[in-house]
Write a protein that binds this ligand. Structure first.
Ligand code: ADP
Ligand code: ADP
Ligand code: ZN
Length: 215
């Protein structure tokens, strides 16, 4: 199964991608996670990307496409993958098509999660991530252990630097300007499936699995 998860910041892409990893036993490819790892390592690419990420702008297409191209060539992507947060611009979508064609592959489905703006802001301000294993939480909707630690590994939870109100508003704007047009792009390709992302996490998961059964 070769899937793209599309949706604004906070729509639930990472949460649903983690569930699809378990269901299909295919890797999650999150460009946000890979960029944050590069920032943490202080690699030249990470140092350059950090400025854009902190302001809520997109990192350049060249950099992101390069990361994804390399990742898709790895053996564990042979049976499929879940792209989470990529593509985010039309040039990235064109590049993805080109890279996949070179590997004799094509996408099966693009799942677009529909969530209202106010719910997105609430989700992002309450989002926390385990510093050790990366598992995602929400203080209210997907809470950690009662002492605030990670349920999987006992690690400490952290809040992302860009999950603060002003940056969140910028990211929403960037989404509407640069990423939302991909809904039309993938509708024309016959790949887009819109899923109501406003329900509970498990209900969204069920809708996605129903949609994927039709693929
Ligand atoms: P979100 O949870 O808001 O969807 P991500 O973790 O996917 O955020 O991305 C965080 C930041 O990393 C983005 O605001 C952007 O700066 C950068 N980024 C991630 N994916 C891409 C991409 N495909 N193209 C450009 N920038 C990206
Ligand atoms: P994205 O990867 O699209 O930015 P996440 O999967 O990180 O979004 O979800 C953003 C926040 O919202 C997280 O704190 C997550 O626990 C929470 N969340 C995800 N899906 C739902 C949902 N269906 N209802 C309520 N909260 C959710
Ligand atoms: Zn953990």
């Amino acid at each position: 199964m070769k899937i793209v998860l599309l949706g604004p910041p906070g729509a639930g892409k990472g949460t649903q991608a983690a569930m699809l990893v378990t269901a299909f036993n295919i890797p999650q490819i999150s460009t946000g996670d890979m960029l944050r790892a590069a920032v943490q390592d202080q690699s030249p690419m990470g140092i350059k990307a950090k400025e854009s990420m902190d302001s809520g702008a997109l990192v350049s297409d060249d950099v992101v496409v390069g990361i994804v191209r390399e990742r898709l060539q790895q053996d564990d992507c042979e049976r499929g993958f879940i792209l989470d947060g990529f593509p985010r611009t039309q040039p990235q979508a064109d590049a993805l098509k080109h890279v996949l064609a070179g590997l004799d592959k094509e996408l099966d489905s693009v799942i677009s999660l529909q969530v209202e703006t106010e719910a997105l802001v609430e989700r992002l301000t309450g989002r926390r991530t385990c510093a050790d294993c990366g598992k995602g939480y929400h203080l209210r909707y997907d809470p950690p252990a009662s002492d605030g630690s990670c349920l999987s590994c006992g690690g400490q939870l952290i809040q992302r630097d860009d999950d603060v109100e002003e940056t969140i508003r910028n990211r929403m704007q960037v989404y509407h300007q640069q990423t939302a047009p991909l809904e039309d792009y993938y509708t024309k390709e016959g790949l887009l499936v819109s899923v109501d992302g406003m329900g509970e996490i498990n209900s969204v998961r069920d809708q996605i699995s129903t949609a994927l059964q039709a693929v």
